[in-house]
Design a protein around this ligand. Structure first.
Ligand code: GCW
Length: 685
């Protein structure tokens, strides 16, 4: 807990000299007007921060007016009129919103942290502490804020044996010795990190629910799930569980899990009632069904609306919800079959049943139609469902983006995704407005993402990968924040404000996605990774596989023809404006060219380069850019925490090896295939 890398963005570094005076006065007393567990978490956070930053333990009182202090409470509890404030101050913000206001009161000053509910108090608290850590003035605050997304969720892909599917930062913090952990210290610190960036929902087990994990909804584990739920509850975070669709068979000894079978329906009802006995505010289920060999309604000839609704019926009386994943595709494809296109699958499965889901079902849709590649199209399913609640699913864990050995800051990618114009309701129907529920007036809406943390001391393996989790939270809270704002904030909070530190780390982060893309799979083609673990180059690793993940490179050209005329017709799943843009070679953006088209190596991009020359150039450049990052990092020796410095330095070393391997394999492969040499005559093997 004392290590900087463990504290992540909640450093609470000691504030020295002049600045100390500016802040100290506020921390003589805290007035607490609201008495709830969540408010207590807020108060504890202030005390901890004050002790750490100012070596001062504030007095805790009820709301008092006669001292300079910080006052916390909901708008119902704080005596707003005493400060000259009106009770409709928070009228226009949602349940999780808040106001932070500095007021002068008979020569005394107060900072009011006013929540619409106690969750707002907690978010206001973290906001205030963020201001202090970024050295902002508190003298004249008037801030009003509220999350723009209703659900802000994290999915853990943790297994009970402590392993984490696609985890790159050690083992699970939730499971030890084949059980749920009893040591909740770290879980609590995770809850603090998450709530400080506004998260309000978490699922704590892998969406692939294996044999032992199926039992997580039984008395074997529920008492301990309850303990975890308690920790998160105090931070405004609701807990969810992933379930095995075949549970009625496996746990209930029924002969079927057919959602239309009455016994199955009753089994789920009882099961859900049992869970709520342990966890009265349980959030609901996350479900991966009929996907990658997991069971689902298809086995019984039922569609996914039937599949989800049986769970929704059971959860409804408790206000629980079903988060049903749309990552459903044929994973036993024959590579010879050019008709089937995995990219089409989610849209083809789910658009015909739009409107058939109960209103406590949310469909969770991956950002791309394939699978979290460094670059792929935007899922056309986002925007296509008019009558169904939906989340977008992002991947914070860097499965295909360097596995937290390589630095790859994903906020710029997410920003691009959220700003994408679907044209669903005409121009300006952006993804961010679909997933916040405003376009289709959804009951439930939001953003979910696969977590990147484990029990490594710095949480994320690569310390710079903390920025991805931070950025995910901030962007989910408010997708209108700019990448630059978020990046600067994270650096200030994590490293302080030394100019060179800020400049160099900003440079590395903001360029890292592009650089990663440069030395890996070109022009949106994806998938040139080692099968299974997905790290490092293997151009044909998935070319003759059953996973539907092909690049079709031959001696003439490369790319997947997804056009209407000669390809799989995937482009027609977009609304007309986008369909035309992607379908036509003339207008398809360079970076997605090979995702949508099969072209000769000599095809000339909008950039003026040929495809083959682009491949060579970007792969040579990627490695050079990385060397520049390394230089910029090495320049920070002595200016930042030694442990973090060494951690990142070591990772850069691995990344450089990886990037060189990518460069040489990709360049060599395409040189051999095409027979066209690099016009700059660089070394190709
Ligand atoms: O990205 C793929 C991963 C699987 C994962 C699956 C999914 C949890 O390689 O490990 O399984 O997606 O999202 O369900």
């Amino acid at each position: 807990r004392t290590l900087k890398s463990y504290r992540a963005w909640l450093q609470y570094d000691k504030i020295e000299d002049i600045d100390r005076k500016l802040y100290l006065k506020w921390f003589t007393a805290i007035g607490v007007a609201t008495d709830t567990k969540i408010t207590k978490s807020a108060v504890n956070e202030i005390i901890w921060a004050a002790e750490s930053m100012l070596e001062k333990t504030p007095d805790i009182n009820e709301e008092t007016l006669d001292r300079t202090s910080i006052i916390l409470g909901t708008y119902r509890h704080i005596h707003l009129e005493e400060y000259g404030l009106s009770s409709d101050l928070l009228e226009d913000v949602n349940e999780e919103g808040y106001v932070i206001k500095t007021v002068n009161n008979n020569e005394k000053q107060q900072i009011l942290l006013i929540g619409k509910t106690d969750k707002g108090i907690l978010y206001a608290t973290y906001h205030l502490l963020r201001l202090i850590q970024t050295k902002a003035s508190l003298e004249d605050l008037h801030i009003k804020d509220a999350p723009k997304n209703q659900f802000r969720m994290i999915n853990q892909w943790d297994n009970i044996d402590g392993s984490i599917e696609r985890g790159y930062a050690g083992n699970s913090i939730f499971y030890v010795n084949d059980n749920i952990t009893d040591n909740l210290e770290r879980v609590k610190d995770y809850a603090r990190l998450l709530s400080s960036i506004g998260m309000n929902a978490i699922s704590i087990n892998n969406v692939n629910v294996w044999d032992e994990e199926t039992n997580i909804i039984t008395e074997k584990y529920l008492p301990k799930v309850k303990n975890i739920a308690e920790v998160f509850r105090a931070y405004g975070i609701t807990i969810y569980l992933s379930i095995n669709y075949a549970s009625p068979i496996v746990l209930g000894s029924l002969e079927t899990a057919d959602p239309l079978d009455e016994n199955v329906q009753n089994w789920w009802k009882q099961k859900v009632a049992e869970i709520y006995k342990y966890i009265p505010d349980f959030g609901g289920f996350v479900v991966k069904a009929d996907s990658e060999n997991r069971p689902g309604p298809f086995s019984y000839g039922r569609n996914h609306a039937d599949g989800a609704n049986v769970l929704a019926e059971a959860l409804k009386p408790f206000n629980g919800i079903v988060i049903w994943r749309c990552f459903v595709y044929n994973n036993l494809q024959d590579w010879r079959d050019k008709e089937t296109d995995r990219a089409r699958a989610a849209y083809d499965h789910f658009t015909p049943i739009d409107g058939e889901f109960l209103d406590n079902v949310i469909l969770q849709i991956k950002n791309g139609p394939m699978d979290f590649q460094v670059r792929e199209g935007i899922s056309p399913l986002l925007g296509a469902l008019e009558k169904t609640n939906q989340f977008i699913e992002l991947q914070v864990t860097q499965e295909y983006t360097g596995q937290q050995k390589d630095v790859c800051y994903l906020v710029p990618q997410w920003k691009e995704i959220l700003e994408f114009d679907t044209y669903a309701k005409g121009q300006g129907t952006k993804i961010k407005d679909i997933v916040n529920g405003s376009v289709f007036k959804n009951n439930y809406s939001g953003i979910a993402a696969v977590s990147n943390i484990g029990n490594d001391i710095n949480w994320t393996g690569h310390t710079l990968a903390q920025a991805n989790l931070y950025g995910y939270g901030r962007l989910t809270w408010n997708p209108d924040l700019t990448t630059e704002e978020i990046t600067k904030e994270w650096i200030y909070l994590t490293f302080g404000q030394n100019d060179q530190v800020v400049e160099n780390i900003t440079y590395i982060l903001l360029n890292s996605w592009k650089t990663y893309e440069n030395y890996t799979a070109p022009l949106g083609v994806g998938w040139m990774v080692n099968p299974g673990h997905h790290y490092g180059p293997n151009v044909d690793g998935y070319e003759y596989s059953k996973w539907g993940t092909y690049h079709f490179a031959d001696c003439h050209g490369i790319g997947v023809d997804r056009t209407v005329e000669t390809g799989t017709g995937y482009t027609s799943q977009y609304f007309p404006q986008n369909a035309e843009t992607f379908n036509s070679l003339e207008t398809c953006p360079d970076e997605l060219l090979l995702f949508f088209h099969h072209v000769p190596y000599t095809y000339v991009l909008h950039s003026g380069e040929t495809v083959i020359q682009h491949i060579y150039n970007t792969h040579f450049e990627g490695v050079e850019e990385l060397k520049e990052f390394i230089q910029k990092w090495n320049d920070l020796d002595g200016l930042i925490d030694k442990v973090i410095f060494e951690n990142v330095k070591e990772r850069f070393h691995m990344q450089l090896e990886n990037a060189k391997e990518w460069r040489d394999q990709i360049n060599t492969y395409f040189y051999r295939k095409s027979g066209i040499s690099d016009d700059k005559n660089r070394k190709i093997y």
